[in-house]
Design a protein around this ligand. Structure first.
Ligand code: NAP
Ligand code: ZN
Length: 352
């Protein structure tokens, strides 16, 4: 074991603060990374504040962070894909059983024995796993991703969660040229959703509660922007969408969006609000519409997404912050004041 610097919260009401944590020495299949950048996902905030306690309770102290890009510093004797000096990435998963039907199909995100990057039982050290708001991490090579060499690394980090979480359902539901696609909420996930829908050739409409994001939405690739609080603007799109991706982090009226789907249209929830959403049966029955959910993506698809981003020069729009500003960043997330992903420059942790 060795010690590494990190930021953790000790309770659901505590701010994140500097600490020291233990990491395992790399075993034969492990890759050790020196972390360069880590994105700030709204899921980090939900977890730190224990907002998902009805699904999974947070174990304190928590070290969040699952959008990790780093430089390989050490590899185990059986590692074949990475060597010291390589740039590599880690997302929301660091292990799974590898033997169940989900894992065999490349859907590690649905494995019942998965290990998340933070707040999952740690098979090696006991306690729970600790995430990317830290100087260094050790991960089984099966869960380490290759990073295209042409991309800005701060903008790559958010691809590991915001990127794959929006890419995967759009691929699954056949977002292509000729489809009319909505993206609800222009935050970290939403802005990646817009970029992917555009890259897949769809007609893209952004739904936002923030009128001042209109110009950005168009710049990011939207064909049209609807301020969702304006009922007339919403009504104009009734019954017209093939697919809508809902990335909203708080309770909101899902029926307003179900009613915008055409016959057999689908809305997929990736946003994970603390409180349940109310669904009207009629919004689904009328038009044989469907409502579904999606969880990040498996390792093969995450690599496919990163390679796609390399080919199409896609990265997240980031506001790079030192780790000392992370509590402020959380407050701004709650006000929908992020353009469009905070990304921590982990060099700032060295001065702690
Ligand atoms: P974010 O950057 O904070 O973006 C959320 C956006 O939702 C905001 O920018 C805002 O967009 C909109 N919004 C916020 N509060 C709202 C409200 N009360 N009513 C309507 N719209 C509101 O968050 P994120 O990192 O993109 O994450 C979004 C959600 O996805 C979170 O719940 C997160 O936990 C979840 N998530 C799920 C997965 C998965 O695998 N399913 C993966 C990652 C994250 P406008 O200003 O444009 O309205
Ligand atoms: Zn995330």
């Amino acid at each position: 074991m060795y010690n590494t610097k990190a930021y953790s919260a000790v309770s659901e009401t505590s701010p994140l603060a500097s600490t020291t944590i233990e990491r395992r020495e790399p075993t034969e299949h492990d890759v050790q990374l020196s972390i360069l950048f880590c994105g700030v996902c709204h899921s980090d905030l939900h977890s730190v504040r224990n907002e998902w306690s009805s699904f999974t309770s947070t174990v304190y102290p928590i070290v969040p962070g699952h959008e990790i890009v780093g430089r390989v510093t050490k590899v185990g004797s059986a590692v074949t894909k990475y060597q010291p000096g390589d740039i590599a990435a880690v997302g929301c998963l660091v292990d799974s059983d590898g033997t169940c039907p989900q894992c065999k199909a490349g859907f590690e995100q649905f494995c019942l024995n998965q290990t998340l990057t933070y707040n999952s039982p740690d098979k090696h050290l006991g306690g729970v796993t600790k995430g990317g708001y830290s100087d260094s991490i050790v991960v089984d090579e099966r869960f380490v991703l290759r990073v295209p060499t042409n991309l800005d690394l701060a903008g790559v980090a958010p691809l590991l969660c915001a990127g794959i979480t929006t890419y995967s359902p759009m691929r699954h539901w056949g977002v292509t040229k000729g489809k009319k696609v909505g993206v609800v909420g222009l935050g970290g996930l939403g802005h990646m959703g817009v970029k992917f829908a555009r890259a897949f050739g769809a007609q893209v409409v952004v739904f936002t509660t923030s009128p001042d994001k209109k110009e950005d939405a168009l710049r990011l690739g939207a064909d049209e922007v609807v301020v969702s609080r304006n009922a007339d603007e919403m009504q104009k799109h009734a019954g017209s969408f093939d697919f809508i991706l809902d990335t909203v982090s708080a309770k909101h009226d899902i029926n307003a969006y179900l009613n915008l789907l055409r016959r057999d249209g689908n809305i997929t929830l990736v946003g994970a609000p603390e409180k349940p959403l109310d669904v009207s049966a009629f919004s689904l029955i009328m038009g044989r519409r469907s409502l579904s959910g999606s969880n990040i993506g498996g390792i093969p698809e995450t690599q496919e997404m990163l390679d796609f981003c390399g080919e199409h020069n896609i990265t997240a729009d980031v506001e790079v912050i030192p780790i000392q500003k992370v509590n402020e960043a959380y407050e701004r997330l709650l006000k929908s004041d992020v353009k469009y992903r905070f990304c921590i420059d982990m060099a700032s942790l060295k001065s702690e």
